[in-house]
Design a protein around this ligand. Structure first.
Ligand code: AMP
Ligand code: MG
Length: 353
């Protein structure tokens, strides 16, 4: 499926207006393109065109039961995609859109099965990145846009990551700034109701809009088991994406949970050639093991920006094992933990002594 991939500069709405219009045209005509968003780069195609979404799945090598998020650029574009828009959804959009929050509701017939992965629901988000919104506007259709990586590899946070994974597989890659957030959007389902018809919100994937922020608007929000634990083979996942081995580099990743003294002692006693430490700023310097910091212990937003880029870098450096100092799980830290524990295939060691 070797294609000619056009690299289009898109840093600035005015200066790069021509390239943004061209990207819109490519997408409107059924092509696929990697575009910047504030979370990670997305691989975009017309969400209402099954042929375009099939191209996305093929380029990524993504299983087709894993539904796609539909991106819009104005709240008014939401209603045609869903069966109904409850007040809870509108209250969330008012507070956190445009931004890194995806909301799942019952889908309208307009949304093809290929976009919803065969589910009766649809995930919708309005991104904050102005280039992303301009591309959607230029395309004139809502865009399905999963992360612009090959399925299973770490998500792309720079346009170069997209080029590494997708050159020759997509019609265009927009060359734009590095992603501000660095991890994928928060995914919240508003599809369940109790017997009195009240919505039971459920967090399916943590992101930069935190559980605490969702609760500030909605009150109670349940956390799906798949956020912190492994979904067993054969078990039904509410968010199909959560059941796949995900975000993983080639190296074997392990999370080590404990303080700096315990982390250092483990590396000293159990380290082997080929190991790399992925640690907090505060853990440095580390003796006898090459190390990269992924941010300060309390700097969850900084960690989120670093993790995928660092996992790719450690692969390039041919790390055999990556020993990660386990992040805290509050605020945006929950999103960082959720991604790293998947990269680690759920290998977590609790340090003692
Ligand atoms: P990505 O497109 O790579 O950011 O992944 C999208 C995530 O959203 C995956 O984990 C999907 O399983 C989840 N998702 C998208 N649409 C739905 C939906 N209708 N119901 C449940 N989960 C969804
Ligand atoms: Mg992805």
């Amino acid at each position: 499926m070797e294609k000619e991939t056009r690299l289009l500069r898109a840093y600035d709405l005015q200066e790069d207006a021509e390239n943004i219009a061209l990207a819109g045209k490519i997408l409107r005509e059924g092509g696929i393109a990697a575009i910047p968003t504030e979370t990670v780069y997305g691989l975009a195609g017309n969400a209402l065109d099954p042929a375009a979404t099939r191209k996305i799945y093929a380029a990524k090598g993504r299983p087709s039961d894993n539904p796609l998020i539909v991106h819009i650029q104005a709240v008014g574009e939401w209603a045609p995609l869903v069966r109904e828009l409850p007040e809870e959804a509108l209250a969330l959009a008012k507070e956190y859109w445009p931004g890194p929050l995806t909301i799942i509701l019952g889908k309208s017939p307009l949304v093809p099965e290929s976009t919803s992965g065969g589910l009766p629901t649809v995930a919708v988000r309005m991104p904050e990145n102005p280039i992303a919104r301009a591309v959607i506007r230029a395309a004139g259709v809502p865009l399905a846009a999963p992360s612009a990586n090959r399925s299973g590899s770490p998500s792309p946070t720079t346009w170069q990551h997209c080029a590494d994974d997708l050159m020759g597989r997509v019609d265009a890659i927009l060359q734009s700034a590095d992603c501000r957030v660095g991890v994928e959007s928060t995914v919240l389902s508003l599809c369940q109701r109790d017997k009195d018809g009240r919505i039971l919100p459920r967090l399916l994937r943590p992101g930069a809009v935190t559980l605490e922020q969702l609760r500030a608007v909605l009150g109670e929000v349940a956390v799906d088991r798949g956020v912190l634990e492994q979904i067993e083979a054969g078990e039904k996942a509410l968010s199909p994406g959560m059941k796949y081995k995900h975000y993983a580099p080639a190296a074997e990743v392990t999370l080590l949970e404990g303080d700096t003294r315990q982390y250092r002692a483990y590396l000293r006693e159990r380290g082997r050639p080929g190991d790399w430490a992925m640690c907090f700023e505060e853990d440095l310097p580390l003796e006898g093991i090459p190390a990269r910091s992924y941010g300060g212990r309390e700097d969850h937003a900084g960690q989120a920006r670093q993790i995928f880029q660092l996992l790719r870098e450690l692969d390039r450096l041919e790390a055999k094992r990556i020993l990660v100092h386990c992040p805290q799980k509050d605020g945006v830290g929950l999103a960082v933990y959720n991604r790293l524990v998947r990269a680690a295939a759920f290998r977590v060691v609790e340090l003692e002594g």
